[in-house]
Design a binder for this molecule. Structure first.
Ligand code: ZN
Length: 441
């Protein structure tokens, strides 16, 4: 899975691979065995983490995870993300003048800064004052940093870790801050529209058939050219990404998101030109060269966006892609016991639950349950499915109660050193404290 490193023989094996060869079986032992403790928490005491891989399934809470488990693994199986030895629950409420339920910007700001703020805020406090971000601080502390996402690379979650803005929609200014201020070594995802001025379509045509509203719109000039001047290698497809050899890597693989979020059968699409798992592999390949450790943010945005559209089929596809990326991260952590892996979601989306298939049940309106006609009122959510439990003839329905986010807490699973800090029930700001301690303090 990591063989793409052979694409740059001039550099030899990546640090983590050579460590495996030199250390032989020793590094493959559980960290607890090395540390001589018997906690069995997948690596704990005696091994302070040096690196953090933080995985956000945007909009992912317990029901999304369980639906994916049934869909992919069946009754007796488990997702890679559910196999992590440590689990906790996080609350996600924002500090918004109007809303109780968080958006992705306030949620990620809490992770990136440890401070609760208003919806739409990118690592600024409730008064709009900029706060130090985990991505920026980690780099100042000598760590390599990177982000991969199927959203725009400047969308709310990555933006909060690597920039400050009073308004999440100012994505071209957020891109400018990446280049001028926080300089993540790896930037992979969608959102080319925000890096090029109007009239310069770039690698992805403006006003494409699948979404005529897409088009280049940077008010900050040609930020791709500026990135290249700064030494970033720029790639736009899977071949380019596989061949890239730079220490600084910018890959933009779509105008906006790397998928089309729509209700089922209305032009919905989940088929990113580069899978999230491959972006994650490449990012680890680059970041692991830094002997001081690294921070990597990995995000699957389509869980949230498909849930907004109450599109269970595509949401499950996104969950599959996300879990494949978690498998990549787990393989890395297995060989690098100094790495903490965290998998969570910034908030729930869709008010989702899992039900037996029952045409007599309340919903129909807005839903797409087979055999039950959808009503005209598209704003009323409903039942979706049926979906098959893998390896069985049993099925289940997904019942959506809203097309918005909800305040349901989200599971956190983790492995590696310091992961035991993530047991319990805590506010989302607690994740900042744990990561800050490793990356900055
Ligand atoms: Zn959302």
């Amino acid at each position: 899975m990591f063989t793409s490193t052979s694409g740059r023989p001039h550099r030899g094996l990546p640090l983590w691979a050579s460590a495996t060869l030199v250390g032989g079986f020793v590094v493959l032992l559980p960290a607890s065995a090395l540390a001589g403790d018997d906690h069995g928490f997948g690596g704990g005491h005696g091994h302070k983490a040096r690196s953090v891989i933080f995985v956000n399934g945007d909009g992912m809470a317990a029901a999304q995870r369980e639906a994916a488990r049934l869909d992919q693994e069946g009754f007796d199986g488990e997702l890679a993300m559910d196999a992590l030895p440590v689990a906790g629950l996080q609350t996600t409420d924002a500090r918004d003048p109007e809303d109780t339920v968080t958006d992705s910007a306030a949620g990620a700001s809490a992770w990136a800064t440890g401070v609760k703020t208003y919806n739409g805020a990118i690592s600024v406090d409730v008064d709009g004052n900029p706060l130090p971000t985990l991505g920026g601080e980690a780099r100042e502390a000598g760590k390599a940093t990177g982000l991969v996402t199927t959203a725009q690379v400047t969308d709310a979650t990555p933006a909060a870790f690597f920039s400050n803005s009073t308004d999440r929609s100012l994505q071209d200014d957020i891109a400018r801050q990446y280049l001028e201020d926080t300089r993540p070594s790896v930037i992979l995802g969608g959102g080319e529209d925000w890096w090029l001025p109007a009239g310069d379509p770039g690698a992805f045509p403006d006003q494409p058939e699948e979404d005529p509203e897409e088009g280049s719109r940077s008010t900050q000039g040609d930020l791709i050219a500026r990135a290249q001047e700064q030494g970033y290698e720029y790639v736009t497809d899977a071949e380019g990404l596989a061949a890239a050899e730079g220490d600084l890597l910018l890959g933009l693989f779509a105008n906006e998101e790397m998928f089309q979020q729509r209700p089922e059968g209305e032009g919905d699409q989940y088929d990113p030109v580069v899978p999230l798992a491959d972006m994650t592999t490449k990012a680890l390949d680059v970041l692991s060269q830094d002997r001081d450790g690294f921070f990597l943010l990995v995000e699957e945005e389509a869980v949230d966006e498909m849930a907004h559209n109450n599109n269970g089929t595509r949401m499950l596809e996104a969950m599959r892609a996300l879990d494949a990326a978690v498998e990549v991260a787990r393989a890395y952590v297995a060989e690098h016991p100094d790495t903490l892996l965290i998998v969570t979601g910034d908030h729930e989306c869709g008010g989702l639950t899992i039900e037996d298939v029952d045409p007599e049940d309340e919903s129909g309106p807005g839903g797409t349950l087979e055999g039950v006609p959808a009503a005209e009122d598209e704003t009323i959510s409903g039942e979706d499915g049926p979906f098959l439990v893998a390896g069985t003839d049993k099925d289940y329905a997904l019942d959506w109660t809203t097309t918005s986010h909800t305040g349901a807490p989200t599971p956190v699973t983790a492995e590696g050193p310091d992961s035991e800090e993530l047991t319990g029930y805590y506010p989302n700001t607690h994740l900042h404290e744990v990561m800050h301690e490793i990356l900055v303090d």
